[in-house]
Design a protein around this ligand. Structure first.
Ligand code: G6P
Ligand code: MN
Length: 442
């Protein structure tokens, strides 16, 4: 059957992840064919930096697709089918503060976990709400696929503000990336693996990895392997040192809690002191990513602009982020019912957790969106951790929507990377100062 062509809008298209996402769209052009691609960012200079490379790639590989760059939100969402949202409120400049300020207090400095994730969440919520409203003005039926971080907090906020909007899907690529790494270790095709998973975003566990072709659960084999071997990402050779360290910490977590396979992000909650101590307060992941991915992508784009051709330049490819985004959209667009780890309102997925939590679990993506698989009750240890973390997320959203300082202190005190309310206050006051353009608390 011929697949109908789609209109896609990328929000936050000035991200240096965009060229690789375009690479995925090119790679999947027969599976997810495009009619029009809109690249929208409020920061025109970031789009301009990458525009020529993107234009040349699209002219070469998808000449029939209409391409439109804009910094005008009133032009971005007209009759669109899919919005891929990857905005970063405050850009790298603010990510830098999110990571460095907590380290001053001996706390984890991370963009999505701990105080940094809190500050970033407070910045993301309002622009995301405004974006959904704008999209609904121009395209009431568009699918909004959100990857904006901290996705855990954004998901709770959007669900609270738009409880009846069935076409918002929050999804993270870390489980996808981990499955790709598991598949390499196990020497199987990643698309032959169907995961089972429970938790919250950046706070969850794999419980099963079914091999679809045989029905076998590969978790026991993988656990065996990880007891004796270092866990490495599938693309270890291209990864920066901090990410390799992160994957190694999965081995360490499994020594204490061998029951399930933890998401790498749990390292920040189990080993906050060790991680804060090891971090260099002058050089965090933001610096590493800037010196690595940002520089590499911007150099390629600059060359494309100067020579006005792609000669000698690679086609940047999104092995994880880009491929997953397009595969997710494809599964929804053509009702493929492929299984992903997704976020959904709990209701009864995990009956002994709050109904309004946005849990992360396995689910099939159909033309009606996510159909999450019921998980069942979680055991006491996990229940305790998850309730605590969800309380943190919920209070963060409430603090933001109500500008409520006290709730912010409560949230940060609940966060396992902080715990001490004195530290919560110190770090909050500092973060509030540098974020004054984005959020205030009273
Ligand atoms: C993973 C996470 C994302 C996060 C990204 C950070 O993919 O799932 O939520 O944004 O890592 O990557 P970076 O290279 O920018 O540190
Ligand atoms: Mn993520």
């Amino acid at each position: 059957m011929k697949r109908e062509k789609q209109i896609v809008t990328i929000v936050g298209a000035g991200s240096t992840r965009t060229p690789a996402l375009i690479g995925s769209l090119v790679n999947y052009k027969d599976r997810f064919p495009l009619k029009k691609l809109v690249l929208f960012d409020i920061d025109k200079s970031r789009i301009d930096a990458q525009k020529d490379y993107i234009r040349l790639v699209m002219e070469k590989h998808c000449p029939d697709v209409e391409l439109f760059f804009t910094d005008d939100e009133d032009k971005a969402y007209i009759d669109t089918d899919y919005v891929f949202c990857q905005m970063r409120a405050g850009n790298f400049e603010m990510r830098n503060y999110d990571e460095k300020i907590p380290l001053k207090y001996g706390l984890v400095g991370q963009e999505t976990c701990g105080p940094g994730g809190f500050a970033y969440g407070m910045r993301s919520i309002q622009p995301m709400i405004d974006m959904v409203k704008k999209i609904r003005e121009y395209s009431k039926d568009a699918w909004i696929l959100n990857y904006t971080n901290p996705a855990a907090i954004v998901a709770v906020a959007l669900d609270k503000v738009f409880p009846n909007d069935k076409k918002i899907l929050n999804i993270c690529d870390q489980p996808y990336s981990m499955i790709k790494s598991f598949a390499k270790i196990l020497e199987v095709d990643m698309y032959d693996i169907e995961p089972r998973y429970f938790g919250l975003n950046h706070f969850g566990w794999f419980t099963k990895l079914y091999q679809s072709s045989t029905g076998e659960d590969l978790i026991p084999k993988l656990k065996d392997y990880l007891t004796n071997h270092e866990f490495k990402p599938y693309n270890a050779e291209q990864r920066d040192p901090s990410w390799l360290e992160t994957y190694k910490n999965v081995n360490k977590m499994m020594k204490h809690f061998p029951r399930y396979l933890p998401n790498t992000y749990l390292q920040y909650y189990f080993f906050p002191d060790e991680i804060a101590k090891k971090s260099n307060p002058e050089y965090t992941r933001a610096d590493e990513a800037k010196a690595g991915r940002e520089k590499e992508v911007l150099d390629i784009c600059r060359q494309a602009r100067e020579q006005n051709s792609l000669e000698g330049l690679p086609l940047l490819m999104g092995q994880v982020h880009g491929n997953m985004m397009v595969e997710v959209a494809e599964s929804i667009a053509y009702d493929l019912k492929k299984v992903f780890v997704i976020m959904a309102r709990n209701e009864d997925i995990i009956p002994n957790l709050p109904k309004d939590a946005m849990v992360e679990c396995a689910g099939a993506l159909t033309e009606n969106g996510a159909e999450p698989y019921p998980y069942g009750e979680v055991e006491t240890f996990y229940k305790g951790l998850l309730e605590n973390q969800y309380a943190y997320e919920k209070l963060t959203v409430e603090a933001c929507l109500e500008s409520n300082y006290e709730k912010a202190i409560q949230a940060l005190t609940l966060n396992r990377t902080i715990v001490n309310p004195n530290k919560a206050k110190s770090v909050l006051d500092d973060l509030m100062e540098v974020n004054s353009e984005y959020w205030i608390l009273k």
